[in-house]
Design a protein around this ligand. Sequence first.
Ligand SMILES: *Cc1c(COP(=O)(O)O)cnc(C)c1O
Length: 438
Amino acid sequence: MGDATLESPDPRRHAPSVAKLLDDARLRESISRVGRSIVKDTARVVQQAVRQGELAPEECVEAIIAAVPEHASSLRAVRNATGVIVHTNLGRAPLSQAAVDALVAAAGHTDVEMDLASARRAPRGRSTIAALRRAAPEAEEVHVVNNGAAALALAATALASGREILLSRGEFVEIGDGFRIPELLTSTGAEIHEVGTTNRTRLEDYARAVGPRTGFILKIHPSNFTVRGFTSDVGLADLATLGVPVVADIGSGLLVPDALLPDEPDVSTALNEGASLVIASADKLLGGPQAGLIFGSAAAVDALRRHPLARALRVDKLTLAALEATLAGPRTPVRQALELPLAELKERSTRFAEALRGHGIDAQVIPAEAVVGGGGAPGVALPSCAIALPSRLALPLRTGTPPVIGRVVRDRLLLDLRCVPQTDDELVLTAVVQAAVI
Ligand SMILES: *Cc1c(COP(=O)(O)O)cnc(C)c1O
């Protein structure tokens, strides 16, 4: 019996050991690029394939090299064909190439807190702050923290801890994943004084609520819902007449009015109307890295910047670099997606669908609507178009390389190329063709 096995050895029994594979000189590059433990995990998977007879033992090393991921983080770059421009689950704003380059350049040692001429300590983020001040000249001072929520927490802590924040009942907002702004605010030790009703709040309601315990009035832009019908609310200009600080959380990060999104608030207008502080996210319509931007009067911004909590919310050098480059650099991908002419998108999509039909795939261009997404402009639909495909392609496309995310509507998978850089069309096309053969 032993003889029979010796005469026709089963290659499955000869899977090389993981230790032996890792010693192979051909894997040195992979090990130095992503680290030993990732290559080891990949080697185990490949070894298993040999044991199951799916791979010859001598093919192991090549198979490992092919299967080792490109980088050591398991976050995967995906193509956003959802037509949702600022998609929270897909990481909100994609950075411009200028911002990516700046971020990579800042990844090593940098002069983030040193003046190179004098070798003295210099204020962290000074050039990013200067860029923000140029972009929003109405602001006397600017400060940057980790995100919009951090900016709100800092404002509440520095200006209203142990005191009251006046907030309209129509602005009790949940921002996603179960996080609610009023709960965030009270977690700092501030109290919320509810004003008005869900659908109607008037200036008199605020005026009655103002008292010696008022820290500030908070005005939150409803960035992810709309209220329609019998409604009224109070603008910043009126709130600013009540003699207490007004903090405007505008959410979306527009710095100046935007003709494409006329109902979206912006930093300059909010400051001109009398807000003491304006809070916004940097990774929504501004198109930058995750950060919370605080604009306002010198006194109000200084109170926040010098509060001990500010140190716990400060941004890193990568964010500072990417944010500065976003402000100085070319049109961001978010702006490009927002401004893409429909005719151009239709032409691209038509070519795309034709190429797919050439591969025998059922593909039609249909009218669709794109949206800004979690970043703002709720209820605003941008006329768009999409390539309609059989919905069975959704899963293989999502899990393919690169993953392509579309939208399934009534049994069809819709791919809206608005947020896909045109230079990636070929890549996405190949991904669809591959998904169709699975
Ligand atoms: C997005 C948003 C926030 C939260 O900002 P993050 O940057 O996500 O922390 C707060 N308020 C409004 C109005 C928003 O739109």
